[in-house]
Write a protein that binds this ligand. Structure first.
Ligand SMILES: O=C(O)CCC(=O)C(=O)O
Ligand SMILES: [Fe+2]
Length: 331
């Protein structure tokens, strides 16, 4: 790929840190976008033909698959996790990360990006998609959110729209602060209710949305709406890594058979999985950062588990839990 790095402007960099969300318009275009779309459609076809793990069933319907009165599961899928696995892997899709605008933005924000999960999202045909408010981290980490170091980014999640996509809703700025009393009360009463300051982000094909997954966010779309979106996660290499999946899949993802097939400009992003400092808990560093910055936990505060819904109200409603990145990649 003809690669000329195209870093974020200082204003874009500042906007991302302030809001926890930034849209890069028209990052993917032309034949490349057409190829990405047909590759992603093929993955959806295979996912709905059965036989692959990681298929996501619309929130609220997971435990009702096969029950009377609900559509067949193939009409309720909204995506698939870990498209890098052997058999499903198509380097075209991963190489979207090598597009100059996106590559430059990720490098601007993370300095040394490291791959951390690759999914595809779409809208279910037979039921509405209505994902509840959450951060992609256990709610018990709420007190450490204000202590994230200013101007330093630990991870980026991205939605790269291959079709129109108006699913994503976010409260800008909520990634570096505690939930407000109003947000808590609203979400406790109804996890799909409108929150003050929320925005719905409209993406055209080729637009890429970058987000801090600790921002309060959710997704919703009526059944059958257009959506075919690459949903990738990356971390900065300084963040200790908690390897995910089984040893065999991790070996595949970090082996030459996988990495040599990628665009040369992103091979290092996968090699870094082997050279990262490892940790047994995904978020120890967040707590350590907060303590160094002067945070004193309330008596009784305990390090939460890695399950984003553990210990929270949401746990009681696990049937509606999304298979969020924190669960499917690393839980
Ligand atoms: O639909 C979306 O873009 C949001 C998905 C999401 O928040 C998640 O999978 O955790
Ligand atoms: Fe999420």
């Amino acid at each position: 790929m003809d690669h000329t790095a195209s870093p974020l402007s200082p204003a874009e960099f500042a906007a991302f840190h302030r809001d926890g969300v930034l849209v890069l318009r028209g990052s993917l275009a032309g034949e490349r976008l057409d190829h990405l779309r047909s590759s992603a459609m093929e993955i959806r076809r295979q996912a709905e033909a059965g036989g692959w793990g990681g298929v996501r069933i619309a929130p609220g319907f997971e435990e009702r698959v096969g029950a009377a009165g609900v559509p067949p599961w193939t009409e309720m899928t909204w995506g698939i996790g870990e498209i890098t696995r052997p058999g499903l892997h198509d380097p075209t899709l991963i190489n979207a990360l090598a597009e100059p605008r996106l590559h430059g933005a990720l490098t601007s924000l993370l300095a040394e990006p490291r791959a951390w999960g690759q999914k595809i999202l779409w809208a279910p045909r037979g039921v509405d998609y209505d994902l509840f408010w959450h951060r992609d981290i256990n709610t018990e980490f709420d007190p450490v959110m204000p202590y994230k170091p200013a101007g330093i980014q630990d991870h980026i999640q991205l939605n790269a729209a291959l079709e129109k996509d108006s699913a994503f809703i976010v409260v800008p700025g909520s990634h570096r602060r505690r939930m407000t009393a109003v947000e808590r009360a609203t979400i406790d009463a109804d996890r799909h209710a409108k929150l003050p300051g929320e925005i719905r982000i409209e993406l055209e094909p080729g637009d890429v949305l970058l987000m801090d997954a600790h921002a309060l966010h959710r997704g919703s779309l009526p059944a059958g709406h257009p959506r075919l979106t690459l949903h990738f996660s990356l971390q900065a290499q300084w963040v200790p890594l908690k390897p995910w999946g089984d040893a065999q899949s991790f070996a595949w993802l970090t082996g030459a058979g996988f990495i040599d097939g990628l665009d040369p400009t992103i091979r290092e992003w996968y090699r870094r999985l082997t050279t990262a400092n490892k940790d047994t808990h995904q978020y120890t560093y967040l707590v350590e950062q907060a303590r160094r910055a002067g945070w004193t936990p309330d008596p009784g505060w305990r390090m939460p588990g890695t399950d984003p819904y553990q210990g929270s109200k949401k746990k009681r409603d696990a049937s509606a839990a999304p298979t969020s990145p924190a669960i499917t990649n690393h839980g």
